[in-house]
Design a binder for this molecule. Structure first.
Ligand SMILES: Cc1cc2nc3c(=O)[nH]c(=O)nc-3n(C[C@H](O)[C@H](O)[C@H](O)COP(=O)(O)O)c2cc1C
Length: 219
């Protein structure tokens, strides 16, 4: 499917019917669901098809159900696809050039090409911004964590609809030129670039994780 086809689909697409499912009426056994969560892998270099608008909106709805103290909605989502990815590439390059200048360095032609083409590694990028609000009971770190939880929900909801992702930030994401591109305030953060699409490769199997040194049970 080409990207323009994908855009057309997005326009014609009806909102996905998303209903609440409880553990008891889920057709999936807990073991299957846990195995499915554990099978998630980050995949680089993604191709079309990308999710349709309805699929993106369904994933963002899931993201916005993340734990959120005092319901501050400390997140914003910007969906970048098609030609807009080149504009984002320009913003990243501007950020890299400003950073290099500050550090007394000059970008090589190779660095320039690489930086500018970073957003082309997937047909679609969902940028998650943490919008920090001053709140007596909800310090900035809680709002940051909420946005992180929203990113994980977003990634899982995209996976549920058959898409692969990788959460990237990189050293440039909170440089002034990138924040300006997304109209992000000085107290706010670009928290994730969720590169989204279809992977030509199968996700590698995850090695078993030994949780023993990570956990302590108390009773
Ligand atoms: C906040 C955050 C930022 C990340 N930024 C990058 C990044 O810029 N580039 C990258 O290759 N991986 C980045 N990662 C790591 C990948 O998203 C991924 O988690 C990691 O490669 C492990 O792969 P897995 O998700 O399949 O276990 C980041 C992860 C987090 C949580």
């Amino acid at each position: 499917m080409t990207e323009s086809n994908n855009d057309d689909n997005a326009k014609n697409d009806k909102k996905l019917a998303v209903k609440n499912v409880t553990a008891t009426d889920s057709p999936l056994a807990a073991e299957t669901l846990i195995g499915w969560i554990n099978s998630r892998r980050s995949m680089g270099n993604l191709d079309a098809p990308a999710p349709t608008r309805a699929q993106i909106e369904a994933a963002i709805e899931c993201a916005a159900t993340a734990p959120d103290h005092k319901k501050l909605n400390p997140w914003r989502f910007i969906v970048t696809q098609g030609e807009a990815r080149n504009q984002l590439g320009h913003a990243l390059l501007e950020a890299a050039q400003e950073k290099a200048e500050q550090e007394g360095e000059v970008l090589s032609e190779k660095d320039i090409k690489k930086t500018q083409s970073m957003p082309l590694r997937a047909p679609l990028i969902i940028t998650v911004v943490t919008k920090i609000q001053a709140h007596k009971k909800v310090p900035p770190f809680e709002q940051m964590l909420s946005a992180g939880a929203a990113v994980q929900n977003l990634i899982l909801a995209l996976k549920a609809q058959g898409f692969s992702t990788v959460w990237r930030t990189g050293l440039l994401c909170n440089e002034p030129a990138v924040k300006a591109y997304f109209d992000v305030g000085s107290d706010d953060y670009v928290t994730a670039f969720v590169y989204t699409g279809t992977s030509p490769k199968n996700a590698p199997t995850r090695k078993p994780i030994d949780i023993e040194p990570l956990v302590r049970f108390e009773s």
